[in-house]
Design a protein around this ligand. Structure first.
Ligand code: GLA
Length: 403
């Protein structure tokens, strides 16, 4: 296309989109998104070899079968913009080009995700999309991108709702269905305004790989699993099919002990959170693979009702969580936040409850549920009798209560 044609084309697209009342793509993310992202483990140290190997392993190790469909390239894939302002990939890290890499990802039965930022630069200091939203959306569509994570660094004096809507409209205009993942860390309460704009929104700052800590980086802090969990309080009514609270990507397999990894994964499933893996899939331990591919646990996250779970009560370091599921089932979880192993006797009648948000009741006085332990995979009795259980420190007990 000649330069004048290109400019005319861009002007026309912008005009049309300003007039159209575009909404986000519907029927995407009807259950929380599942996949892998490069950031938590590799940060800026990414290249096409890593992405290809990750795609291979996602198929070979059964991750695609378990539901992990998005392979997302985070920050630092960027080269420079060309003379017309179109973004290019870093040709040293991605010598075959992004289009070829995306074709490879698609060839494996996966979907491809990419990252940009609403500001002038990404958090890693590379070109952001500010002023290039339509160009970038068109470039992603040309490459075949299916998922965009859109960050919030370097955004002084711009309006979050306006900027995210602008990119959502640009994606819509470019025409290729894209899952739009809003990443402004919950700073501007996106749960109040992003439902029509994106498919998920981060609710907090970045996750750090620890169970219960805050990591101080000087000018900013990142948060452990428990800190992020606590910040989800009060947000469940904003989530549902096609619009999810996102408490950030998983740190499972990145160095916590197996009990903490299990607790982290379980709580993200209780929250109906996106399950975006963040570990090195090519070299993970068997125990990590077993956690992230437990289909019964994943089914709690992916339940079609799409209702985020809630904390019912707590007692000496134990927290009791419930999540309503399809067919009248419930997920029930005891989280042991303490550093000691704990014994507990479950008297189901103490948990007779009605969830005002979903209108569902447990009715343990009327209904006898079959109890399935989703980590040991045993069926262990029913809710007619009390149960004595032990929950190791920083671990969970997770039951599906089956009607
Ligand atoms: C922000 C995001 C992270 C990651 C980095 C990349 O901190 O919250 O998830 O994308 O930027 O620079």
């Amino acid at each position: 296309m000649r330069i004048t044609n290109r400019i005319l084309f861009l002007a026309a697209t912008i005009l049309v989109s300003l007039c159209a009342k575009a909404q986000k793509f519907e029927n995407i993310g009807m259950t929380p998104q599942m996949g892998w992202n490069s950031w938590n483990k590799f940060a800026s140290n990414i290249n096409e070899k890593l992405i290809r190997e990750t795609a291979d392993v996602m198929v070979e190790k059964g991750l695609v079968d378990a539901g992990y469909v998005y392979l997302n390239i985070d920050d630092c894939w960027h080269g420079e913009r060309d003379s017309l302002g179109f973004i290019r990939e870093d040709s040293v890290k991605f010598p075959s080009g992004m289009k070829n890499l995306v074709d490879y990802i698609h060839g494996k039965g996966l979907k491809a995700g990419i990252y940009s930022d609403a500001g002038c630069k990404t958090c890693g200091g590379l070109p952001g999309s500010l002023g290039h939203e339509y160009q970038d959306a068109i470039t992603y569509a040309r490459w075949g991108i299916d998922y965009l994570k859109y960050d919030w660094c370097n955004t002084t004096d711009i309006n979050p709702k306006g900027e995210y809507k602008l990119m959502s409209d640009a994606l819509r205009f470019a025409g290729r269905p894209v899952f739009f993942s809003i990443c402004e860390w919950g700073d501007n309460k996106p749960w109040l305004w992003a439902k029509e704009i994106g498919h998920s929104w981060r609710t907090t700052g970045d996750i750090w790989c620890c169970f219960d800590c805050v990591k101080d980086h000087g000018t900013w802090k990142s948060l452990g699993v428990m800190q992020i969990l606590d910040l989800q309080d009060g947000l469940r009514e904003y989530a549902g099919p096609g619009h999810w609270n996102d408490p950030d990507m998983l740190q499972v397999g990145n160095g916590m002990p197996v009990n903490e990894d299990r607790a982290h994964f379980t709580m993200w499933c209780m929250l109906a959170a996106p399950l975006i893996l963040g570990n090195d899939l090519t070299s993970m331990k068997q125990e990590t693979l077993e956690i992230i591919t437990n289909k019964d646990v994943i089914a709690i996250d992916q339940d079609a009702l799409g209702i985020q779970g809630f904390k019912h009560s707590s007692y000496t370091g134990l927290e009791f969580w419930f999540k309503p599921l399809t067919n009248g089932d419930w997920a029930f979880c005891i989280l042991n936040r303490s550093t000691e192993n704990r014994e507990y006797i479950i008297d189901w009648n103490k948990f007779n409850l009605t969830d005002n948000f979903s209108g569902k009741s447990t009715e343990f006085d009327k209904i006898c549920y079959k109890v399935q332990n989703l980590w040991s995979r045993e069926i262990c009795g029913n809710t007619n009798k009390e149960r004595r259980v032990s929950i190791p420190a920083h671990d969970v007990l997770l039951y599906r209560l089956i009607r």
